[in-house]
Design a protein around this ligand. Structure first.
Ligand code: AMP
Length: 220
C-alpha cells in the first residue's frame, strides 16, 4: 500500500505515520525528519536547508524532490510507503506523480488529516522531542514521567526551534498558501480520504485503519 499523509503542521502526520507504519509494516518517509538529520549532521543538504527549516519556509523543490525520489528508489519501499510531509505544494505533487507513473506505481491514496487551528497551535506549542531517540511528547496531552526527560531512553527533551510561537504562525501561513491547494488537487484526482484529526492520536489511528480496510468507493 502506498500512502501520502497531508495536513497542516500539528495535524498529526508524524505521529500517525509512525502508527500506520508499525501496523501496516510500511516504510515511513518523513521529509522533515530527513532534513533535520541533515541539518544536525551538517551535510551539504543540511547547510542549504537550515535557514528555511528554522524559519518555517519551504525548502526549495529542487532539493526536496530529489531527496524524496532517491528515497523512493530504495529497495525497502518497493512494497509500499507512507510519505509524511511531501508533497507540500502543487509542483511537488505533480513531480511525485511523474516519478511514480514513470515506474507504473501511481496507485496511492492520500489521507488528509484535518484539525482545527486551535488544535494545531496547542499541539505544536506543547510538543517536546527527545534528543536521543526522537520520541514525541506533549506538555499537557502526553507529558513524560520525569520533567523534560524521555521515558524510554532518559534523553533530554527539547522544543523544535520551528515550534516556537512566531515560527508556528509562519508555518501555518505557508501551509495555507502553498500546501492547502494540494488538497484540492488530490480531491480532483479522487485519491483523497478525509480524516478529522482533532481527537487523541490512538483514536485517529483507529479511524484511519478502519477506513483503509474498506473498499475505496466507500472510504470518504
Ligand atoms: P515537518 O517536520 O514536516 O513539519 O517539516 C519541517 C520543515 O521541513 C518544514 O517547515 C520545511 O521547512 C521543511 N520541509 C519538510 N518537508 C518539506 C517539503 N516537502 N518541501 C519543502 N520543505 C519541507
Amino acid at each position: 500500500m502506498k500512502l501520502v499523509l497531508l495536513g497542516a503542521p500539528g495535524a498529526g502526520k508524524g505521529t500517525q505515520a509512525k502508527g500506520l507504519s508499525k501496523e501496516l509494516k510500511l516504510a515511513h518517509i518523513s521529509t522533515g525528519d530527513i532534513l533535520r538529520i541533515a541539518i544536525k549532521e551538517n551535510t551539504p543538504l543540511g547547510q542549504k536547508a537550515k535557514r528555511y527549516v528554522e524559519t518555517g519556509e519551504l525548502v526549495p523543490d529542487s532539493l526536496v524532490t530529489q531527496m524524496v525520489i532517491e528515497r523512493l528508489s530504495s529497495d525497502d519501499v518497493k512494497d509500499g510507503f507512507i510519505l509524511d510531509g511531501f508533497p507540500r505544494n502543487r509542483q511537488q505533487a505533480s513531480d511525485l506523480d511523474n516519478f511514480l507513473s514513470g515506474r507504473n506505481t501511481c496507485n496511492y491514496f492520500v489521507l488528509y488529516l484535518d484539525a482545527s487551528e486551535k488544535t494545531l497551535i496547542k499541539r505544536l506549542s506543547g510538543r517536546r522531542i527527545c534528543r536521543k531517540c526522537q520520541a514525541v511528547y506533549h506538555l499537557i496531552n502526553f507529558p513524560p514521567l520525569k520533567e523534560m526527560t524521555c521515558d524510554h531512553c532518559q534523553g533530554e527533551l527539547y522544543q523544535r526551534s520551528d515550534d516556537k510561537e512566531e515560527t508556528i504562525k509562519n508555518r501555518l501561513e505557508v501551509y495555507q498558501r502553498q500546501t492547502a491547494p494540494v488538497v484540492e488537487y488530490y480531491f480532483k484526482q479522487k485519491r483523497l480520504i478525509h480524516i478529522k484529526s482533532d481527537d487523541d492520536a490512538p483514536l485517529v489511528l483507529r479511524q484511519m485503519l478502519e477506513v483503509l480496510a474498506k473498499p475505496f468507493s466507500s472510504r470518504s
